[in-house]
Design a binder for this molecule. Structure first.
Ligand code: ADP
Ligand code: NA
Length: 335
């Protein structure tokens, strides 16, 4: 069968936390490490997407380096995966323009995320925010992605990419673009706030006790878990016993995700214990998982030139692939 090429982007943000790690960052490392011979991974920082919303330039520049450092510290290996910043490869912007001329306004009008992100002030949103799904299509089509990991909120955009690729192939040349398939993430770990089991762990939560930052010290981690909200009941034997206990479910879910064990197995192991007993075990596991990332992250932060070097080498590798597709697309259109 055909080799897989997985293409995935992530927006650069600061203050990364355990939710970002389990919900996004770690997936890249897993995909990269599970590649078979002949498969490839193309991973990029979606910095051109970041500017569709207002951004402070200094902060964006810092977030790009910080995100790159975090991904590298978490195990993204630039020898195994093509890893770069989107804005360093001009083909993304160029291809997006070609595809803007293939995509139909009616298709974009159906994108629900634009409606959500532009909110009440739709007339005041940037044009970039509106056509951002077309840039996303360019991002994956340039590399002839066979597979693209998508969360629930991005399924519609991948469908759009397939529609654009199909129309381009029909209108110009049927051998130009591969139609990307979604990789629907299994039980995409959704980590909740440590203070309240009904809102997600987020950098925008004003309480620092609500989240484990990837930069937290071991003591901070232990203290946050000690203070995490729970209930007085013991750990149940099965998942039904967690039905109305979101805080308990969240802590056990974090344990399960970090340990790589099914929630049911974790429950079996701790059944009957109170959270006073479980929390130290969880704290040890979180420290064991986060400390090596935090320490690598801090050494990258002391060496920004190294990050820039890795990103520019990655961009060179990416450009070789991307420009080949871009050339074909230009020529097929008569340009
Ligand atoms: P935040 O809510 O902290 O602002 P972002 O919206 O910047 O996080 O999300 C960046 C990435 O991390 C996205 O892929 C998102 O799905 C993932 N992510 C963010 N928060 C969580 C969470 N609490 N649990 C799981 N994944 C998360
Ligand atoms: Na750049």
């Amino acid at each position: 069968s055909k080799n897989k090429r997985i293409v995935s982007g992530i927006q650069p943000t600061g203050n990364l936390h355990l939710g970002n790690y389990l919900g996004a960052i770690r997936n890249w490392v897993v995909m990269q490490n599970e590649m078979k011979d002949g498969d490839s991974c193309v991973f990029f920082l979606a910095d051109l997407h970041a500017i569709t919303m207002p951004q402070a330039p200094d902060e964006l520049a810092e977030n790009i380096r910080n995100m790159a450092a975090t991904l590298l510290a978490s195990g993204v290996n630039p020898e195994r995966a093509v890893f770069f910043a989107q804005s360093d490869v001009a083909a993304h912007s160029e291809m997006a323009w070609l595809l803007n001329c293939v995509a139909r306004i009616g298709w974009l009008n159906r994108m629900t995320q634009f409606k959500e992100k532009s909110g009440k002030n739709r007339e005041g949103a940037s044009v970039g925010l509106y056509t951002y799904p077309v840039l996303q299509a360019a991002d994956v089509m340039l590399y002839q992605a066979t597979h693209v990991p998508v969360g629930e909120d991005q399924k519609q955009h991948l469908e759009l990419a397939r529609d654009i690729a199909t129309k381009f192939n029909n209108d110009y040349d049927d051998k130009i673009f591969t139609l990307p398939e979604p990789i629907i993430q299994k039980t995409a770990a959704r980590v909740m706030s440590l203070r309240n089991g009904s809102s997600k762990m987020s950098k925008s939560d004003p309480s620092d006790l609500s989240r484990i930052n990837l930069t937290d010290s071991n003591d901070d981690i232990a203290q946050k878990i000690r203070k995490a909200k729970t209930d007085p009941d013991p750990i149940p034997e099965n998942e039904e016993g967690l039905a109305d206990r979101p805080e308990a479910k969240n802590l056990l879910g974090i344990y399960s995700a970090l340990k790589g064990e099914a929630l049911g197995d974790v429950l079996q192991q701790f059944a009957g214990q109170g959270f006073g007993q479980f929390k130290p075990a969880l704290a040890d596991l979180v420290v064991e998982s986060i400390a090596p990332i935090r320490d690598k992250l801090s050494s990258f932060k002391n060496d920004p030139a190294e990050i820039d070097r890795i990103l520019s080498q990655g961009a060179e590798k990416a450009a070789v692939i991307a420009e080949k597709t871009l050339d074909k697309a230009y020529r097929s259109m008569g340009l």
